[in-house]
Design a protein around this ligand. Structure first.
Ligand SMILES: C[S@@+](CC[C@H](N)C(=O)[O-])C[C@H]1O[C@@H](n2cnc3c(N)ncnc32)[C@H](O)[C@@H]1O
Length: 210
């Protein structure tokens, strides 16, 4: 898996572009405080660099060291600093409940890892903190077969349903959970009309119920 991603990121081209994911950007642009934001599976750094440019404190991680190299280059070219770790989440020993926000875009994990990773990420969020997620729906599979340019995993068991996300982040109050058609324009690898799951959730505080 690491080899696959290192290889994908080996060219100078930013394969998912340098601009942030538009769903995440829309949310972040409304925030009026300085947040500590976690970017799991951040790849080439487009989202983390955007947050750093907005004055937020940023920690990204990914299994790909090529992704890290490109993210640090993008940060430097943009005049900001980001922290970026390479490795499996468990090996990074991040402090529980230490982030205000986590951002996952196109972060698809194998089915034996997905729920555990999502729950481990959830544990890193402070009470009342937020998860923002956008990923391809299971219903993108046929769309991708008809138009490979739209990208996304070509395996059903790597894709998302709304129910899956609600279950994985069950201790979050749902602010947004929807399956939508969207026009993707992200580098060379996500282009055209795709179907995505979008989620924004707020972690329930100690005394809160939905
Ligand atoms: C489609 S890319 C998306 C990158 C970035 N989130 C974006 O939207 O530009 C998926 C990323 O997931 C990363 N990844 C896959 N499995 C991972 C894991 N177990 N832990 C951390 N990152 C992982 C890959 O290295 C790759 O960078």
């Amino acid at each position: 898996m690491k080899e696959f991603w290192d290889n994908r990121y080996s060219s100078d081209e930013y394969v998912y572009g340098k601009e942030p994911n538009s769903f995440y950007k829309e949310y972040l642009d409304k925030i009026n405080y300085s947040a500590n934001i976690l970017f799991p599976a951040e790849g080439e750094g487009r989202n983390a660099v955007y947050a750093a440019k907005m004055g937020h404190s940023v920690l990204a991680f990914d299994i790909s060291s090529s992704g890290k190299d490109k993210a640090l280059r993008l940060a430097k070219d943009s005049g900001v600093t980001i922290e970026y770790l390479v490795g499996d989440l468990k090996s990074l020993n991040l402090k529980p409940e230490s982030f205000d926000i986590a951002v996952l875009t196109s972060a698809h994990f194998p089915p034996n890892l997905r729920q555990g990773l999502h729950r481990d990420i959830a544990a890193l969020i402070k009470p009342d903190g937020i998860i923002i997620l956008e990923g391809f729906s299971v219903n993108n599979l046929q769309i991708r077969r008809d138009n490979p340019e739209v990208g996304g995993p070509d395996r059903e068991d790597m894709l998302f349903t709304k129910q899956m996300i609600a279950d994985d982040f069950s201790e979050f109050e749902i602010i947004t959970l929807e399956e939508v058609d969207t026009i993707l324009n992200e580098g060379d690898l996500h282009n055209g009309k795709g179907k995505v799951i979008r989620f924004v959730g707020r972690k329930l505080g100690n005394n809160k119920t939905v």
